[in-house]
Design a protein around this ligand. Sequence first.
Ligand SMILES: [Zn+2]
Length: 441
Amino acid sequence: MDSNEAIIEFLGLQHVNIEKVYINKQNRIVEVTVRQDRTECFCTRCGLQFEKVKSWEEKRLKAPPLGIYGEVEIIFYQLRGLCVECECSETANCKFIHPEFLSMTCGYAEVAGRFMEEITCEAVARILHTESMTMWRLDQWRMKYMEKRNKLPEKLDVSRLCADEVHFRTVDVKKRKGLFAKRRCPEFVTNLISPKEGKVISNALGRDQESLEECLLKLTDEQLDSVKEFSVDMHEPFLSVIRTECPNAKISVDRFHLAQKVNEAFDKVRRSEFRKAREKKDEFSKDMLEPHRRFILVAREKDLSIAETKLLDKLRDTNKEIHTAMLLVEYFHKALDKGSVTSFRKALRAWYLVVRESKLKPFLELCKTIRRYRTEIETYIESGLTTGVAEGINNKIKVLKRMGYGYSNKKSFLRKILQRCGYLNHNYINTNDLFYCVTPG
Ligand SMILES: [Zn+2]
């Protein structure tokens, strides 16, 4: 292979001859002038070589970086040939120009596309010297294209699954049904996660029965049968789907969601105490119970600094309800920390009693929920599995949302999750052929 052939190979070009390579050392720009190889140009009608050259069309194409040169431009002379047989002229076919993004080679588009699997369109645009809007469109196009090839890896560990919802956005309700109807409505996305693989397998809009059903459609019957454990939120629609779709799965409620519920109950107490403090003009309590005081919500002794602990102690002394609520949260976590179901049951019974005595309504309601899902909670305690993976994925999705400055397009948000946290990327779908040619579609 001579050096010109090597350059052609590195740039992902085919059937061209290099005429000139211009290297601008100062600006780190390479300009490669290439001309299409006449012997490789054929009439699309009869398949014969073009008899005559009608003209050469000059095109400028962006090409992938070459070594330390970040900006590579190709000046491409494309043949417009004359076919004597068909008595017509046409532009010769060229496979390495991207069919949708005509200003770039397929190689450039694929290099950019792989970058965008990991970093933002803005970042890629800066690295590859182009506009972020073009990169955004390319990313959208590529995700859609790959979705058609998308299939899950053959050996997928689905012995344990986990379904979780993430907040997508909150929209204004346009046609409200009445004066007291909701003005703003949150929208969710349900993700099906394999904690053992650490990936999102599939996802769907919404958080109802249909959403999870849609997610599970991606798995074969065999895979569904092999699910041994399924952990979810205490959310009835999900539970009923799992019972029918995964007959061999034990359902467990994970700790993350339990903690969420406990915190919600605590928050209700906090808010009602805040209101009371405001009425009584109790400045200290008001300040401490303000909504932005998040640390009260997560008040577990070990998470707090000394100063925070001191403040909380003072609040406890002045506010009995808050103190009780805090103890209830702490005690519930202690019950969950129990290693065996028997000791959990014992601790839970004691907890029920304290809650009844406390007469705090939010916690009384929480008791009902916990009673209802006790079997599922016990499954969690038996398995002792953590929800670190699902939480990690949720965080990644939150970051994703921020980085994309919110997503307006539902479909693109779903795809982006699968690309970053799942299998919709080149690590799992072989896209090596996309370096050289893309079939339009
Ligand atoms: Zn012809």
